[in-house]
Structure formats: structure tokens, C-alpha cells
Design a protein around this ligand. Structure first.
Ligand code: ADP
Length: 675
């Protein structure tokens, strides 16, 4: 454990915050501190949509406690990365997004027909059954029992075949460190096979406590991306956010103005002076945070740039100085922040899920706006659990909606009962999360390509991130930081006598964190991926799997590109036109076997056009907020092609549109679930 920043020294282990990064061996108890292809998995999971997409209501139980689940964030990302997309991401938002605390809407009903049903996190369970499970899980003080109960009930809910299938997934937990306990519970619930001491044979999933490099892995999936810790460090994050703020100031106004020390100290001084000159009534406060620090370590507040502690430490330990948010939303007169769990499932294509529930960490002294007198009061200004646990006012509670650590859904519920627009808040949070990950993506890709170069054997990666968010008085969410290794501990500390702590189970932590890990594992289920790879391409009548389509695409593209043909699309590294034509003819021959070639091609063009028109119509409606789907173009004598249910299109538009190989890829991918 790390000592706290401003005041209390010598602290115990926090259940919250980031696991401090470092060198530990993993035995000492305290650990040193991607666009989608997949359909969603059962229970607890919900696809979320980028800015728009299908956020499922959480279905409040009568006891006011919320279920947790991950939500895929599918937004405009679909627009950016057509290749490899599945309807999850292509299926942008439903109009009525519901935040986790929403009491009104039923949890079980996917609203958009087949694609949404495929995404529904709980698709495997009948609605009422699911609801009952949720209520059981939510009973105060019963999280552990409920979790175990769920595990026992699980076989009854699944078909025998599915139980057998799930037992086949192997997970190496030997490097899980402080997330081990929550991982074990999740694995028991899923009935997956844990290898606590590692395994000589490869495992399907490797669960690392700290970093990608915790062990050498050449296959399977690992729960860390290379370079993530470096990418989300305070300075790197601030730099990435600054770049985006320079490019898109309005889109990225959810991150406080920040300067990097020591290099930007003169800039910081000059800008503050300028702003004060232009607005003499501006009385700002700033927060200084050492780079690489966590759990409040080394943080202090200042009123003036001259107060920066220019001791040796600032030179040796770079920091970020940031505008302090003076008017946070208070609850029970206390400042609090939110820890949300976000799964980066894949970088390419980019696929993001957001857990429906998170934690709210409360200060332990009533909040006052910063003055010279109260600047030092950590229990008033810093929400870190690891600090506030040492306040005499800290309240441990086994209930999700009282005490110094509560579920985020309980906060939403309370806000909702006060008439706050929690739907908008949730959608703002989703867009904050997505924009932040978009800002981090370029750097992550550089690390990824250097550690796992294309064509070399290596694992695929996913990662749970902890987003720390502060709500302003007007409910605007502000990003404080991103944690690469959010604590997954499910116990808290209790002070038996002064300075003597013991660890006791924390039902609130267990409820939220086990759900996050379990849902993450479900999303990463390798057997599901295999199933998907064996799905057939609906552009073909034969047994032509999507994996075979991928191979066809790669083979033809590579062959034509190796011929060195200048295909005038040098900005597009994908298929040249000739390769596209060959692939298209090949698919046409597979689908319309009995026809002469020109009829095969024409039929496939018609089919593709109809589907493109349908996709485009949906994008306009959902992606751009238009009220009506695009109207059909004049038919110009064309009849809908075979299998086409969309509006007919004039011939003149066909070839041009279909020349884009990415569109063909998008079509193929869409067809994976037959949408
Ligand atoms: P650490 O990684 O050390 O926890 P954070 O950036 O999360 O560092 O900051 C610690 C705490 O300080 C936050 O949980 C929050 O309560 C407070 N805090 C951080 N930045 C700001 C800010 N810009 N405005 C107001 N409070 C902040």
C-alpha cells in the first residue's frame, strides 16, 4: 500500500483505486501497484452503444439494488471501421437509452428484433428468471451468498450441452494477484476450469494482475494490453487529451484543463496570469498530481502557480497540474466520485463495453469550496478510498446505497428520485468513455504492433479499465483519470484497534466486481468465438464460413497486391479493384450456382445493394438522429434481387457503390448474423 498524499500517512490496503504498479511477487497480499466481431453473451451483459447504441435498462429490483453488466459501446465506431463489424457495433443506439438506475423499463426485452436479441447480455435466460436472479443478487448483505447461490443454480439453467461446453474453457489464474478472489468466484459461477498454478499446455485465457508482460504467452487471450499502464499514466493521458482538445475542443471539454510539469510550468504560469488579468474575479484552485501516482499519493491543492512545490521531487517526479473542479455534485453534503469499469475488448476493430454498475467513493468530511484554510483537508477534497478509510467518519456498509462506498446505480436511483435526467447523464458518461478510448487508441496500437507484430504468434488482448469520473453540480461528468489496473479486491479493511487492520468481505465490492469479471469472461469466451468463426456467410448458399470468407479476402488481396499493380487506391491498403472483382465473382458463383456468370454477378449486386440501402437507412435514422429511414430511390425498372427485402435501387448507382471493397467486407460481416 501506498501512503496517502496530503495527510494521513502510513496506510493500509485500499480496496479501491488502482493496484499500485510495481514489482511485487504477488504473494504479499498487496500488489505493487477493441470493433467487434462478437455477439453478446448471456447474463448480466448488455451491449452498449457509443453515444447512441443500445443501452439496456438495468431493471431495478424492488430492493433498489441494481444488477451489473457490461455494455458494448458501439457508436460511430461502426462508421469508422466497417471491416469486421458485427451488428453489435453497426447497430447504433436505440432512441431510449436507459441508465443503470432506471427503474421503469424492463430489463429483459431487447427492443430491436434479431440483432438486438443477439446482443442482449442476458439472452440465454428467460426474462423473469433473469429478474429473479438479479433481485436475489441484490439483497442487502447477501452478495456473497447470492453469488454462490447463482453458481449452484447455474447448471439447472443451462442445457447439459452448454454446461459441458463451458467446462472446457481454461483460465490460468497464477498471475491474477489481488484480483484472484473475484476471479475465482466468477470462474465458479461460469463453471470454467481454473489453473491456479499455471499449466504446461496453453490455456484459453490468461488473467494477469498487473501487466501484459507478467508471463510469456503465445496464444489464447490475455487480460492486459501491452503498454496500457504507460498509456494511461497521468502525463500521457493528459497529453492525449490535450491533442484531442486542440482538435475538437467542444467534444473533449470533459477533461479539466491540465499542464505537464515541469516542462509546462512557464506556460502554466503565463496562462493563469493571462486568465486572471482578463477576469479578475476568477479565483481558481489547482490540483497537483504526481505522474504514476495512485490512491491520492503525493496529491496537493494550490491556489496559485507559485505554490507549486519546486523541491527536487518535481524535477525527479513529473506531475500534472490541473484545474480543480470546485463545484462538484454533493450527496449528503459530501463530495464523491465514480469508478466505472470499462472493457476494451478489442483494439482493431475497436470494441468497448461499459459495466452497468460501478462504485461511488465518498469523502468523509462535509465539502466546502476550497479556501486557503481548508486546502489541506484531504478528507474533504479527495475521494480516494485508501485515504478516507483512515478517517474516523468512514462508514463501512454492507448495503449498496449507504456508507462511504456505494454502488453507482444507487446514486443514479437517488438522483432519479430527485428528478435528475439520469438518462442524459448515462449517455454523457458513455460518450466520455468512448472519446477517451479513442484518444488513447493510437498509442495503444503502437505498443500492440510492437509487442504482437502481425503474422507472429501471440495472444489477443482485452482489458478492464477503471474510469474515475467526477460529477459537477450540473451533472456534467468530468474525467479525472483512467486506471489500467483498477482494484478488483472484494474485501475491505477494518481497524480492530488503532493501527491494526483486518480484511473482511465487502458485499458491495463483491457484487460489482465479480459481475464485471464474470461478464468480461463471458464476452471473451473463446468457444463462442469459434462458433462464430464457423458461422456461414449468408452471401453464399454453400457451407462457406466467415472464416473462409476472411481467408478468401486475405488470399485474393495478397495475390493482387503482390503483382505490384498500381491500383490507384494507394491511400487504401485493402483490395484493389481487380481483386475486389475476383472476390465478388467468386462469391456470386457460390451463391447462385445454377445461373450463367453474368446473372450470378447481377443477382449478387442486387442483393448487396438492397442490404447496403437498408444499412444506410438505419445509419441515417440512428446515427444522425433523423426521424425517418431514407426513402427509396426511384426504382428505374429494377426489381429487388433475390433475398432482398429493402427498397430497389437504380442500376446507375450500383457499380459505383460496390466498388468499395470495404463495403463488401461490411456486407459480409453484417451477414454473419444474418441481419
Ligand atoms: P489518484 O490516482 O492518486 O487517485 P486522481 O487523479 O484520481 O489520482 O485524484 C485523486 C482524487 O482527487 C480524486 O479521486 C478526486 O477526488 C480528486 N480530484 C482529482 N482531480 C480533481 C479535479 N480536477 N478536481 C476536483 N477533484 C479532483
Amino acid at each position: 500500500m501506498e501512503p496517502a498524499g496530503m495527510e494521513p500517512a502510513g496506510l493500509g490496503t485500499g480496496t479501491e483505486g488502482t493496484e499500485p504498479a510495481g514489482t511485487g511477487t504477488g504473494t504479499e497480499g498487496i500488489e505493487p501497484a477493441g470493433m467487434g466481431t462478437e455477439a453478446m453473451e448471456p447474463a448480466g451483459l448488455e451491449p452498449a452503444g457509443l453515444g447512441t447504441a443500445g443501452i439496456e435498462p438495468a431493471g431495478m429490483g424492488a430492493n433498489g439494488i441494481e444488477p451489473t453488466g457490461l455494455e458494448p459501446a458501439g457508436l460511430g465506431i461502426a462508421e469508422k471501421e466497417p471491416a469486421g463489424l458485427e451488428p453489435a457495433e453497426m447497430e447504433p443506439a436505440r432512441e431510449a437509452e436507459e441508465p443503470p438506475g432506471s427503474p421503469a423499463l424492463p430489463a429483459e426485452a431487447p427492443q430491436d428484433g434479431p440483432p438486438a436479441a443477439a446482443l442482449s447480455g442476458e439472452g440465454a435466460l428467460p426474462g423473469r428468471e433473469r429478474e429473479r436472479g438479479r433481485r436475489g443478487a441484490g439483497a442487502p448483505g447477501s452478495a456473497g451468498r447470492a453469488a454462490r447461490g447463482r453458481a449452484r443454480r447455474a447448471p439447472g439453467r443451462r442445457s447439459g450441452a452448454e454446461s459441458v461446453r463451458r467446462a472446457g474453457v481454461t483460465v490460468d489464474s497464477s498471475k491474477a494477484k489481488t484480483s484472484l478472489e473475484a476471479l475465482k468466484i466468477s470462474l465458479r459461477q461460469l463453471r470454467w476450469k481454473e489453473f491456479p498454478f499455471g499449466r504446461r499446455l496453453p490455456c484459453d485465457i490468461y488473467w494477469h494482475g498487473v501487466s501484459f508482460h507478467d508471463s510469456n504467452i503465445f496464444s489464447g487471450q490475455v487480460n492486459k494490453f501491452p503498454g496500457m499502464t504507460e498509456t494511461v499514466r497521468k502525463i500521457t493521458l493528459s497529453r492525449a487529451m490535450r491533442t484531442m482538445q486542440d482538435l475538437f475542443p467542444l467534444e473533449y471539454n470533459f477533461y479539466p484543463r491540465s499542464w505537464i510539469l515541469p516542462e509546462e510550468l512557464p506556460l502554466f504560469v503565463a496562462e493563469v496570469r493571462m486568465m486572471k488579468d482578463s477576469n479578475p474575479s476568477w479565483k481558481p484552485t489547482f490540483i497537483v498530481k504526481p505522474d504514476g501516482g495512485c490512491q491520492g499519493d503525493g496529491i496537493y491543492l494550490i491556489k496559485d502557480p507559485s505554490d507549486i512545490r519546486l523541491t527536487g521531487s518535481i524535477q525527479s517526479r513529473p506531475a500534472v497540474v490541473q484545474e480543480y473542479i470546485c463545484k462538484p455534485l454533493l450527496m449528503d453534503k459530501l463530495k464523491f466520485d465514480i469508478r466505472l469499469y470499462v472493457l476494451l475488448k478489442s483494439l482493431e476493430p475497436l470494441e468497448i463495453y461499459i459495466a452497468k454498475d460501478g462504485l461511488s467513493r465518498f469523502c468523509t468530511e462535509p465539502y466546502q469550496e476550497p479556501t486557503l484554510k481548508n486546502l489541506q483537508q484531504v478528507f474533504m477534497h479527495l475521494t480516494n478510498y485508501s485515504l478516507n478509510i483512515h478517517s474516523g467518519n468512514f462508514i463501512h456498509s454492507d448495503s449498496a446505497n449507504t456508507g462511504s462506498k456505494r454502488t453507482f446505480s444507487s446514486i443514479l436511483c437517488r438522483l432519479s428520485s430527485r428528478g435528475a435526467d439520469v438518462k442524459k447523464l448515462w449517455s454523457d458518461i458513455i460518450s466520455l468513455v468512448i472519446k477517451t478510448i479513442i484518444a488513447l487508441t493510437p498509442e495503444l496500437k503502437v505498443y500492440y504492433q510492437s509487442d504482437i507484430p502481425a503474422g507472429k504468434p501471440g495472444p489477443t488482448c482485452f482489458q478492464i479499465l477503471g474510469f474515475d469520473i467526477l460529477l459537477m453540480k450540473d451533472l456534467k461528468p468530468m474525467l479525472l483519470e483512467v486506471n489500467a489496473n483498477p482494484s478488483m479486491r472484494i474485501e475491505h479493511e477494518q481497524e480492530l484497534s488503532p493501527g491494526v487492520f483486518e480484511h473482511v468481505p465487502s458485499p458491495v465490492d463483491e457484487k460489482v466486481k465479480v459481475a464485471v469479471i464474470r461478464d468480461t469472461l463471458r464476452l471473451m469466451d473463446p468457444q463462442k468465438k469459434k462458433r462464430k468463426d464457423t458461422q456461414n456467410c449468408k452471401l453464399s448458399n454453400s457451407n462457406f464460413s466467415m472464416a473462409a470468407v476472411d481467408i478468401l479476402y486475405i488470399d485474393i488481396t495478397r495475390r493482387w497486391n503482390s503483382m505490384g499493380i498500381d491500383h490507384k487506391e494507394s491511400s487504401n491498403p485493402g483490395m484493389c479493384l481487380q481483386a475486389f472483382v475476383e472476390a465478388f465473382f467468386c462469391l456470386a458463383q457460390k451463391k447462385y450456382k445454377a445461373l450463367p456468370l453474368h446473372k450470378q454477378v447481377l443477382s449478387l449486386i442486387e442483393l448487396c445493394e438492397c442490404r447496403l440501402a437498408a444499412v444506410h437507412g438505419k445509419r441515417l435514422v440512428w446515427g444522425c438522429g433523423l426521424a425517418e429511414p431514407r426513402r427509396a430511390l426511384p426504382a428505374a425498372g429494377t426489381a429487388p434481387g433475390p433475398g432482398c427485402t429493402g427498397p430497389p435501387q437504380p442500376h446507375g448507382h450500383r457499380v459505383l457503390r460496390l466498388q468499395k471493397s470495404s463495403q463488401l467486407r461490411a456486407l459480409m460481416c453484417r451477414d454473419r448474423t444474418g441481419s
